[in-house]
Design a protein around this ligand. Structure first.
Ligand SMILES: C[S@@+](CC[C@H](N)C(=O)[O-])C[C@H]1O[C@@H](n2cnc3c(N)ncnc32)[C@H](O)[C@@H]1O
Length: 408
């Protein structure tokens, strides 16, 4: 099997003829790191990704078929020597308890251990790791601590405090915090160690003051609409919100408990508190709610989750149709309309209230700052999963641009 083929014609992102540095793309997904680093003058010299659908998407865009399982010796042995940057958005796994007593050994059996082996063997000038934001608190902080201690022992400087950044900081209307660990080999950083330790200061200088309107990523020409059933549910909750005496609703609305009469001590305390708030809301607004229930046939035509509503849009919006909405297992969730939240599977995608439609795959692609010419999988479900796993290209590019400016 050819992993690095001669540049194919008609691929959107062929390997550049000129480059100023080389990188390898591990846990590559669909190549978010690849686009960002190539934009900065980099040339990818090795890729590993074991998911066959992601491999295919990667090949369609970059003309190279990624190697598979990175834990396999034959994959590791295929990594060429002398590359400058190692990129990896690796999955978060727990390490052995007890922290860092045995150093490297504590990470044995995890993908981070494999990463460390590669780093130790090749000692690239830079590392650029990425993970979900709650990796920092994972296992009471043990996971993050073990990672940074290992990277330090392997000879790298890295940010003093966890670098958690969401694309909205760069003006992109999506809230998607991730932890980034850019590292510089100690001999390269020399007396400039503080520049990487305090890189957050430089990054923050690049933050934009405002976030672009969601309309900048939405296609005005899209005609699709939510179903009549979904629209009826939204109209129903819209009327409810407008009719009750609360504008900031700090608890989930659970219609089934409005008229609850039994004891609450059979419920866990957190749930009992929410039920009591629902009972109080009903009692205060009984006349309106009884009319609303009668109009909507006591919500008998709704599923259990559609009978619940979570207003998380504060008090500045008068109507559900001014907001972003998501049909979630926990209920119909209403959020402020200024930023999308994390990308999810297709049918859970956020609905833009004012347009009464879900965002599309192409719009999700823009939210991840993938270029228009990027070719996603033909299957919407696969494409959405891949985008949901991916990094935001702009965030990667902004961070690494600063690293390059300071150290190359
Ligand atoms: C969080 S995603 C990273 C996505 C990537 N940064 C992007 O921009 O699309 C982690 C990826 O690691 C891949 N992966 C997990 N274990 C692997 C292994 N042992 N070898 C190769 N790839 C692996 C998964 O299939 C997944 O695509």
């Amino acid at each position: 099997m050819m992993h690095f083929m001669a540049d194919k014609k008609n691929i959107p992102f062929p390997s550049p003829d000129n480059h100023t540095f080389t990188f390898i793309d591990l846990f590559a997904g669909i190549g978010g790191f690849h686009i960002a680093l190539q934009n900065l003058g980099g040339k990818c010299v090795f890729t590993s990704e074991w998911d066959t659908k992601a491999q295919k998407t990667y090949e369609n865009n970059f003309g190279v078929l990624p190697y598979g399982d990175i834990t396999k010796p034959e994959t590791k042995n295929a990594i060429p020597g002398g590359f400058d940057v190692l990129c990896a958005g690796f999955p978060c796994q727990p390490f052995s308890k007890g922290g860092f007593r045995n150093g490297f050994e504590d990470t044995r059996g995890t993908l981070f251990f494999d990463l460390c082996e590669i780093i130790e063997k090749h000692q690239p000038k830079y590392l650029f790791l990425e993970n979900v934001a709650n990796m920092v608190s994972h296992d009471s902080g043990n996971t993050y601590l073990t990672i940074i201690k290992n990277l330090d022992e392997l000879g790298y400087y890295l940010p003093n405090e966890p670098l958690i950044i969401s694309p909205d900081k760069f003006g992109i209307p999506i809230l998607r915090p991730r932890v980034y660990i850019p590292c510089v080999r100690k001999d390269i950083a020399k007396n400039n160690a503080d520049k990487i330790k305090n890189i957050k200061i430089e990054i923050e200088k690049q933050y934009t003051k405002t976030v672009a309107s969601i309309d900048t990523i939405l296609d005005a020409s899209i005609k699709s609409k939510i179903t009549p059933h979904e629209l009826k549910i939204l109209k129903m909750w819209d009327e409810f919100y407008k009719g009750v005496d609360l504008k900031i609703i700090g608890f989930p609305i659970w219609m089934e408990y409005f008229k609850h009469q039994g004891l609450l001590d059979e419920f866990p305390l957190w749930k009992a508190k929410f039920i009591q708030k629902n009972i109080d809301l009903y009692t205060r607004n009984q006349k309106f709610i009884d009319r609303w229930l009668a109009k909507y046939d006591s919500l008998e035509w709704c599923t259990n989750t559609q009978r619940k509503m979570e207003w998380q849009a504060g008090k500045d919006y008068e109507s559900i149709f001014d907001c972003l909405i998501q049909f979630r297992p926990s209920g119909v969730r209403v959020k402020r309309p200024d930023k999308f939240s994390t990308l999810v599977a297709m049918n859970h995608q956020q609905i833009v209230g004012k347009y009464k439609r879900r965002i599309t795959i192409n719009e999700s692609k823009r939210l991840q700052s993938f270029p228009e010419e990027y070719q996603l999988s033909d299957s919407n479900t696969v494409a959405m999963k891949q985008l949901g796993n991916s990094v935001n290209v702009t965030v990667i590019q902004k961070i690494f641009e600063i690293v390059l400016k300071e150290f190359s």
